[in-house]
Design a protein around this ligand. Sequence first.
Ligand code: FAD
Length: 406
Amino acid sequence: AKTIIIIGAGQAAAQAIQTLRAKGSDERIILIGDEPYLPYDRPPLSKGLLAGDIELERLYFKKPAFYEDKAVDLHLRTRVEAIDRAAKTVTLSDGAPLAYDDLIIATGARVRKLSLPGSDLKGIHYLRSIDDVLGIRDEMTPGSRLAIVGAGYIGLEVAAVARKLGVEVTVLEALDRVMTRVVAAPVSHFYEGVHREAGVDLRLGIGISGFEGGAGDGGRVTSVRLADGSHLPCDLAIVGIGVVPNVELAEDAGLEVGNGIVVDDCARTSDPHIYAAGDCTNHPNALLGARIRLESVQNAVSQGKAAALAILGMAESYAEVPWFWSDQYDLKLQIAGLWEPTDELVLRGDPQSRKFSAVYVRDGAIAAINVVNNLKDFLPAKKLIGERRVVDRAKLSDPEISLKDL
Ligand code: FAD
């Protein structure tokens, strides 16, 4: 049988394995991941796991027995250092090269780090992995003062959990509103109000110039230095300023890379024996008419599946409306499509009721939607986005009229 090697034991890898075995493939599968854990679900990291509401084991997509039953050869705590495309081998951090017939690169993304004075002090955290959360949880005790750098959805999810745990929270955001990348201003303003009501000291339009602390405090951070010269005392800091795709392996191997490993609509790279899936890829989306790099569960799952099918000679073009979500306090935000600042914004319902949708209209059709606690709008909107059908504008702004009837 052939050998399939998968680099990176995350969401995309887990899906690729499930699809390969579900389709009855008998290839030898080798999964190599640098974390000590079986593939796990990341969204709960900044939600239920941080809050202490769910057990770590619940995060695993599959129990250890699954990998045994499905004859998956696991190499955890192991990094792939290089890919040799001519020899069709990968070099591991702990030994001899392994040969593949087909290779899936599912290396995901890593957090973008700050490189300011004091950024290496203890107590400054990032949030991408189980280990990150365990480190944060130990320090996020009731009454402690937490400084969050970045008001993206990770920073805001952490703020919500921290308030629930009785932590004093300050959020520092360089731009003038929260979640700028994913939502329009009215939705940002709604969320800003919610966080302030919950007791978060939210400071917008404020840059940071470094951290202070040091020897006397065991090398721990004691304050954030703000761009205006003032200091924000803190016991710990969490930085959430985005991620960078892990493309270096692919780049060094001479694969085409540009804001992600370049793949086609079936997760194939420029090498016929190498596929890539998930956060690390840049792929064409026919529905959007553009190449995109996405950081979402939906994309990792769909591409993991696409890579497996392509390897099995069952390639299926993958084009889906991007969607993701964020949980903050009692609010479930669901997002479908990608908005643009030039879109016309239509509100369905009153934000003050904590249940509404913000619809983004482009060329008369729905291009994207933000749904807040308004579950019934989500699936019909996602469908309409995919169809790009021009909708009746008057009906759209009437929250009493179901999106199904547009
Ligand atoms: P990952 O899950 O990141 O897996 C990649 C793995 O590869 C990692 O374990 C990495 O360490 C490993 N690796 C990298 N390089 C190597 C190497 N050279 N050798 C060996 N191993 C390597 N998405 C949503 O849709 N909704 C949400 O609410 C949401 N919330 C999130 C909250 C948090 C805190 C985080 C961190 C992410 C969240 N996401 C959310 C994003 C989602 O989790 C990711 O899009 C998804 O995990 C991507 O899957 P992946 O397989 O591409 O990468």
